[in-house]
Design a protein around this ligand. Structure first.
Ligand code: ATP
Ligand code: MG
Ligand code: MG
Ligand code: MG
Length: 476
């Protein structure tokens, strides 16, 4: 079943049950706590918070989402995209737990001839929050799931709130057992690779206080009107229904891998390291197009920096597949063709999207060219001196002055049989971080000690591309 059909069936299912269809919001909403929209409920927050009366009692949507925290998982797990589509149904004081469970169960287990996804009920597992006996009882009654496939889980996974005092509640998540060849027995609590999470049902019933029930604290009250917020991963369901091995091989993502195969003359599926690169390329190309489509442009901070990181990672990955030509506009065209039917604005706006990509790619390619020259000199000097370890100071200089990412330095070093003194590199990064902190503190107070800041400027000049690896290593 194609991704487009999965979306449509979701919306139809909930519209037939009286839900109002609401279009996806932009990836960028005016929310100071959020870089990008990362869940379907974000555009409905005012209704959940009681700040505005909901114009409808129930709603359904397929929301564009970007999760930057998942960047490092991309290509390595089978299930994490940076951009994905979250299908959701929402109840604002209308139906509650029983309705949410029943709707989800019917959609995933009804046969494909009846408009459902036709997943085998014997492979479905669910989790509930530790003390949510009510949910356990409902799962039993409504779905007939046996007790051993209803697992209790603690707040970290199964309690939801907004990170601040306000609405909160336990969740129930739905998992699909991909089979014994994919991991250990024992349900999602034991193995989240074999048991694939496809849908999260949030039962918004509590008022959380200063301390979150995520960490075992008791809620301080009960909401006057209970709400439902759910999110189903469209790409994950596609991955199951298309009989492929991961979200990157689904119909709307895989075409970019095909393009990269063509360009590189390497085959996807032949080599693990290459495969991760292929997946990163396909995932990031799609996210890049969607972000630029919603008005983000590459830059050195915030949203622009995330976009820059995604695009540069594509360019780098493509190089590592042995391709030296510019690639981004071509990938963008493949993404447009795949995503265009659901997102016509990408077709309308393609020239602009492609131009943004081209400019960024040209700039980064220049960086890479200069950096590679410096690297080659450093590598020969290292070898000439009889050493097998490239100095950490060199790696730092490459990073700091030429914007050359450390993982590329590592990769190129290993191609030449060299190691890199990473400890020294990290030490220098840490020193730089401290200086940047002093700088930020000085800027905040407006009258801080600027001597540290000046020292940095004198030593390194104003670099354009600080913190590439910082973000890379801390993001999760
Ligand atoms: P995981 O534990 O697999 O990282 P999650 O618990 O963080 O997922 P939720 O916040 O519950 O995910 O989001 C609701 C649904 O959205 C998930 O059940 C999943 O189907 C989908 N989803 C979440 N993150 C991603 C992602 N990075 N790529 C694709 N789909 C995702
Ligand atoms: Mg996650
Ligand atoms: Mg999860
Ligand atoms: Mg979840």
């Amino acid at each position: 079943m194609q991704t487009h059909e999965i979306r449509n069936r979701f919306l139809t299912h909930f519209k037939n049950a009286g839900h109002t269809e609401v279009p996806s919001a932009s990836l960028i909403l005016d929310d100071p706590n959020l870089l990008f929209v990362n869940a379907g409920m974000v555009q409905f927050k005012p209704y959940f918070l009681g700040e505005a009366p909901p114009p409808y009692p129930t709603a359904t949507s397929v929301q564009k989402c970007v999760r930057t925290g998942d960047i490092d998982e991309v290509g390595k797990t089978t299930r994490h995209n940076t951009f994905f589509q979250m299908a959701g149904n929402f109840s604002f004081g209308d139906y509650f737990k029983a309705g949410a469970i029943e709707h989800a169960w019917n959609l995933i287990t009804s046969s494909q001839d009846d408009g459902g996804y036709g997943l085998d009920p014997d492979r479905i597992w669910t989790t509930v929050y530790l003390d949510d006996d009510e949910a356990i009882e409902l799962w039993r009654k409504i779905t007939g799931l046996p007790d051993e496939r209803i697992q209790r889980r603690d707040g970290l996974d199964n309690y939801w709130d907004m990170g601040v005092p306000g609405p909160g509640g336990p969740c129930s998540e739905i998992y699909y057992d991909r089979g014994a060849e994919f991991g250990k027995e024992g349900g999602p609590v034991v193995d989240e690779d074999r048991y694939l999470e496809i849908w999260n049902l949030v039962f918004m019933q509590d008022v959380r206080g200063e301390q979150s029930p995520k960490y075992g604290h008791k809620p301080i009250g009960t909401l006057p009107k209970k709400n439902i917020d759910t999110g189903m991963g469209v790409e994950r369901v596609a991955y199951l229904l298309q009989g492929v091995d991961n979200v990157y091989e689904t119909d709307l993502v895989r075409p970019v891998i095909g393009k990269a195969e063509e360009m590189s003359n390497r085959r996807y599926g032949a080599d693990h390291t290459d495969d991760v690169r292929f997946r990163v390329i396909a995932d990031h190309a799609r996210s890049g197009v969607m972000l630029i489509g919603d008005g983000v442009t590459p830059g050195n901070e915030g949203r622009g920096y995330v976009l820059r990181r995604l695009l540069r990672r594509i360019v780098r990955s493509v190089r590592l597949l042995g391709v030296d030509e510019p690639v981004l506009p071509e990938f963008a065209a493949v993404v447009r063709d795949a995503m265009g039917p659901s997102y016509p604005e990408l077709v309308r706006d393609f020239d602009r999207i492609s131009a943004v990509m081209k400019t960024e790619e040209d700039a980064f390619r220049a960086t890479l060219t200069t950096g590679s020259r410096i690297f080659d000199v450093a590598a020969s000097q290292t070898k000439d001196s009889g050493s097998k370890v490239l100095a950490g100071d060199k790696a730092f200089q490459l990073h700091d002055t030429y914007g050359f990412p450390i993982d590329l330095t590592l990769e190129m070093a290993s191609e030449q049989g060299l190691q890199v003194d990473e400890n020294r590199f990290r030490e220098l990064m840490e020193e730089q971080r401290q200086r940047a902190k002093a700088d930020a503190a000085a800027r905040k107070t407006g009258h801080g000690d600027l001597s540290e800041y000046r020292k940095v400027l004198e030593q390194h000049g104003e670099t354009e591309f600080l913190g590439y690896t910082d973000l890379q290593s801390t993001a999760r």
